[in-house]
Design a protein around this ligand. Structure first.
Ligand code: MF3
Ligand code: CO
Length: 294
């Protein structure tokens, strides 16, 4: 049985808190999800679909999440250490009534992930790591405000970067636009994944398999896992109210990664090639999607 939770009477208020009668609000959608489930499709449990109040809560969190990345973007450059970025993120976030989600998350020691050049993700800020001309760096910020999580990341090109690095950063950014264009209510996560993967591979790059996006809301990482390798028409059904991230990690060389760093976090490309990542957070709507953080 599809776990859609308690079903209100048709004339009772909808479970989503819209104030409308159930029959005028989510009834048809719930039935459609039940049918898809019965037909063997992957359907997210209803408790993970976001209500209008949840979406407002996520937007309130995202104000800080976007603000902190703008703040970093105005200051980052050659000579800045990643520990300095961490301090900017921590100070800005707590000054805006929010908490940096990475801090102490499963033992992560800092407030932000900073991943330079061949680091794929989860780089730990450090005083010993100073940005220099030609580097590319991903700054991945995640924010908790009033109980809701927001999560986005951006690449920064430090000084003058090589054409190869610039292309990697730009193709990765555009791959998210291709993925977004494939997000349609009642479509599939695989539609989005396929759009990202084909664009990346057409450009001669590769998509990391082991890490991906995720559902997000009251928790940092909710179901589903969002991969960026896949086939159209496969995977979880894109139900209105689903909130998740698109955050492909794109390698200039092979997609294989190296997770042997003794710090237990820093992930690198296996072949030492460069890697880039951008991340946006969105909610599926009745007509398409709405970006919540970027
Ligand atoms: N921000 C990452 C994401 O996009 C998660 C980082 S977990 C941390 O999902 F502990 F390393 F911060
Ligand atoms: Co994320």
């Amino acid at each position: 049985m599809y776990d859609k939770g308690p079903v209100p009477g048709r004339n009772e208020p909808c479970w989503c808190g819209s104030g409308k009668k159930y029959k005028k609000c989510h009834e048809q959608e719930d039935e459609r999800l039940q049918e898809l489930f019965n037909d063997g499709h992957e359907v997210l449990v209803r408790s993970l679909l976001k209500t209008p109040a949840d979406i407002d809560g996520i937007k309130y969190s995202a104000e800080v999440n976007k603000g902190v990345l703008d703040y970093v973007g105005e200051r980052i450059g050659p000579g800045v250490s990643t520990a300095q970025i961490d301090k900017w993120v921590y100070d800005y976030t707590v000054a805006h009534d929010a908490i940096p989600a990475p801090l102490n998350y499963e033992g992560f020691p800092k407030s932000v992930c900073t991943s330079i050049n061949d680091v794929v993700c989860h780089g730990i800020p450090s005083d010993d790591e100073v940005l220099k001309d030609g580097d590319i760096v991903n700054v991945d910020c995640s924010t908790i405000r009033n109980g809701y999580f927001s999560d986005s990341s951006r690449m920064f090109m430090i000084g003058g970067v090589s054409p190869e690095r610039r292309k990697l950063v730009e193709v990765t950014k555009e791959s998210i636009q291709r993925g977004l264009a494939a997000v349609k209510p009642w479509g599939y996560l695989g539609d989005m994944a396929h759009a990202v993967q084909s664009y990346v591979e057409e450009n001669g790059f590769s998509v990391v398999r082991e890490f991906g996006g995720h559902g997000i809301g009251r928790e940092f990482h909710e179901d589903p896992f969002v991969g960026f390798v896949g086939e159209p028409g496969t995977g979880v059904v894109l139900a209105p109210g689903m909130c998740f991230t698109i955050e492909p990690m794109v390698n200039a060389g092979g997609y294989e990664i190296d997770m042997s760093d003794p710090n237990g976090w820093t992930v690198r490309t296996k072949d030492g090639s460069d890697s880039a990542q951008w991340e946006v957070q969105l909610v599926v709507t009745d007509t398409g999607y709405e970006l919540l953080s970027w």
